[in-house]
Design a protein around this ligand. Sequence first.
Ligand code: GLN
Length: 448
Amino acid sequence: TRYLQRIAAYNPTLNAFVHLDADHVLAQARASDAHRAAHGARPLEGLPVAVKDIFCTQDGPTRCCSKILEGFEAPYDAHVITRLKEAGAVLVGKTNMDEFAMGSSTETSAFGICRNPWDVERIPGGSSGGSASAVAAALAPAALGTDTGGSIRQPAALCGIVGLKPTYGRVSRRGIIAFASSLDQAGPMTRTVRDAAMLTAAISGHDSGDATSVANPPVVDWLGACDKMDMKGLKIGRPKEYFVDGMDAGVRAEVEAALKKCEELGAEIIDISLPHTEYAVAAYYVIAPSEASANLSRYDGVRFGHRCEAPEDLLDMYTRSRDEGFGSEVKRRILTGAFALSSGYYDAYYLKAQQVRTLIQQDFIKAFEQVDVIATPTSPITAFKLGEKTDDPLTMYLSDIFTIALNLAGLPGLSQPCGMVDGLPVGLQWIAPAWREDLLLSTAAAYE
Ligand code: GLN
């Protein structure tokens, strides 16, 4: 009830939630109480969790903050939603996001912009901006987001909370509306590292309904990792490509100070290089739109959501439904992707980008021969003003410059708060080898 009151008071300003059914939330809470009384508490018993509008939920609408999914009701729950319910969580509605998770500011949502609780004239980051804003403003204690190129970690950083992107394949993507299938991964957005561990424990695990969910992933002792709060002897890599001119000097100073603190806690800071970092954004903006153009071809006006009025023929229905349903950023991605995949261009763009992706993966493999974890800023800047970058997609794309390489390599990453610049939070990003979320959690818990 306390959270519902806070949502009623603050959501009209923040617009973090795009759907909320208070009666349904209370009914779930009562059912959780009854379960506790009859059978004892499950791992997340009674915990309110807000979920991004990208997750299919049987209760209420699932629209990915797009007009094209108007009226769509998901016939099943996403695997992670089922897992949350089984763990006893109470689902508190759907959070705002960039349309189809394409963006870094939550300004492309079909349901209006979302605001950053630290300064309501600024963006909360994106694309999981609603989840970040909700947790930062204590409208919910925890939320789920998805991260294709930074969409959990960047808004977590800009809103001063913890965000974790698990190793690709750790969490099932079934029932998560696909953006770029080889990059998408769901994860928690919380106030503490421990909460992130508990949520990841609940949502991860093999799902035979998603061929990319890994069957026997290395086991992690999620909470045990958080109790190992010792940094002594930990080798932390500091990649020179992530501390560059052009990034905000205040952000850089806060992250450098955080690394000093780690040194005081007994860690060793080692300068490393990830030489192909400079190609990550370019490779991502070929690969992600290519996959998106294929994934979004299913919105044809027939199977889901919006259909135009009085079509003349089949082609008119397809084109007009899509024209009316998709926003301009989504159209830009579809066009870019379809172009990159078209015959004659495939080798020059898509194939090249995949080759660059392999080089980026190899950079990380080499680096992890030298160090245990890598530390970087999550975002080169703090939360910017609403509208500041909406006319300039290129600078918008660059706000993910420090988060994208990890998705291309499939690695796990965690962002945690590490200071403030002019009253705005700064995020510290930890990167670990594949399947070593335990290292992320123990390091972040020790820093926290
Ligand atoms: N900002 C990036 C994009 O627009 C990443 C989004 C995401 O991770 N979903 O594609």
